[in-house]
Design a protein around this ligand. Structure first.
Ligand code: GLA
Length: 409
């Protein structure tokens, strides 16, 4: 008995050494915008203010996009006491004034640092300054931190991210921690108690299905490559801790059907929806994609289950995501180069999500109302019979997505 008490006391004492991450932050996948995909390091405070204005004016804020994230290159130098300062030219009025500006619009501000000695663009990293940086962000009114992984030779990733998590907790302001370790150390296995999301792979680039290798040897990956990595990790995601296949490239140059497929798949995978286009000048086509509220509801569904890549048939991928209230989202993704016409028989998809939710589609017992989430039209009901329901054509690099809602008997 004495021994057991001793072990419990030791466990409590040890766990007391580590602060908990901020709870109730990131209960749904984070939604917002980031500077990086469109502007890379060419950023300044006018862009941030303009984006905050556009977020409200376009209706994006109302659709759920909340965080305005300043990625790499906002930094100036550390002051004589080691506190980081914003670049005095490009962010002359300072981060606090930007935070006030976005808070006035009911939005939130995100910032970027790196667990190593320098950021990927060579700005000062947080290594050795974690508590000071967290304190500075909290004083400024920052709500979100993306912590990158460049220049980290000999640094232990679990320790490094735990340290920043503890520092953010101590600083006293609820701050979302977005870990950007690129998946090399399998953060999905250890990060769920440390931060709120973790990157699962290298940087995305604006291409549907190919990779790009840089001179230095690092590789950017396309939409399909992000999906291939993320689909294996669904069991690790859930409310407060999400797999992050990287920020969106919608509106940055892919064809509209590819943008639609990209956005849909991020929603099916309960991924963070961080826009990466210039929302001050979006086309109507782009707006219709990123503001598809029925699709966003799939991403933000309170069950928080990452969708399942159930099977492939005749070149189509079949994806299912259980939703609250017995609903399901179902996507047919055509990643091939030609359109595919498929005879859809619901009885082929009687599945149970054994890995995560344990929920079953039970198309043999339940009739569902079928709503097309891109045409926004109801398309009738599923059939209990083993019979073709409809011929559906899915264009190349595109999707057809339905929301299925059980009809009360
Ligand atoms: C890394 C990250 C990117 C971006 C850049 C900034 O490559 O993965 O998302 O933050 O650094 O330099």
């Amino acid at each position: 008995m004495k021994k057991i008490i001793c072990i419990i006391a030791t466990m409590l004492a040890c766990s007391g050494l580590q602060a908990q991450k901020w709870e109730k932050v990131g209960d749904r996948p984070q939604m917002g915008w980031s500077t990086w995909n469109k502007f890379a390091g060419n950023i300044n405070e006018d862009i941030i203010r303009g984006i905050a204005d556009a977020m409200v004016e376009t209706g994006l804020a109302e659709a759920g996009y909340t965080y305005i994230n300043i990625d790499d290159c906002w930094h100036g130098k550390r002051d004589k006491d080691g506190f980081i300062q914003a670049d005095p030219k490009r962010f002359a009025s300072g981060i606090k004034s930007l935070a006030d500006y976005v808070h006035d619009k009911n939005l939130k501000l995100g910032i970027y640092s790196d667990a190593g000695t320098g950021t990927c663009a060579g700005m000062p990293g947080s290594f050795g300054h974690e508590y000071q940086d967290a304190l500075q962000y909290a004083r400024w009114g920052v709500d979100y931190l993306k912590e990158d992984w460049c220049n980290t030779t000999n640094i232990n990733p679990i320790g490094a991210y735990q340290l920043m998590s503890d520092a953010l907790r101590e600083a006293g302001r609820p701050i979302f921690l977005s870990m950007c370790e690129w998946g090399g150390n399998e953060p999905w296995k250890w990060a769920s108690e440390i931060g709120h999301s973790w990157r699962i792979g290298p940087d995305i680039w604006c291409c549907f299905d190919s990779t790009r290798v840089h001179e230095g040897g690092w590789t950017d990956i396309g939409v399909m490559q992000c999906i291939r990595k993320n689909e294996k990790l669904r069991r690790y995601a859930g409310p407060g801790h999400w797999n992050d296949p990287d920020m969106l490239e919608v509106g940055n140059g892919m064809a509209a059907n590819e943008d639609r497929a990209h956005f849909t798949m991020w929603c099916m995978m309960a991924s963070p929806l961080i826009l990466g286009n210039d929302i001050r000048s979006m086309s109507e086509e782009t707006k219709a994609i990123v503001m598809n509220k029925e699709m966003i509801a799939v991403d933000q569904d309170e069950l928080g289950v990452q969708g399942l890549h159930y099977c492939d048939e005749q070149g189509l991928e079949f994806w299912f995501k259980p939703l609250s209230g017995g609903d399901w989202a179902m996507t047919m993704l055509n990643a091939t180069l030609a359109p595919i016409t498929y005879e859809l028989n619901w009885q082929r998809f009687n599945l149970t999500d054994e890995e995560v939710s344990r929920l079953s589609t039970a198309f043999d017992k339940t009739v569902y109302k079928v709503r097309n989430l891109w045409t926004h039209k109801d398309e009738g009901k599923t059939l209990l019979k083993d019979k073709v329901w409809k011929k559906v054509t899915v264009p190349s690099h595109d999707v057809v997505t339905y929301r299925l809602s059980p009809i009360a008997k």
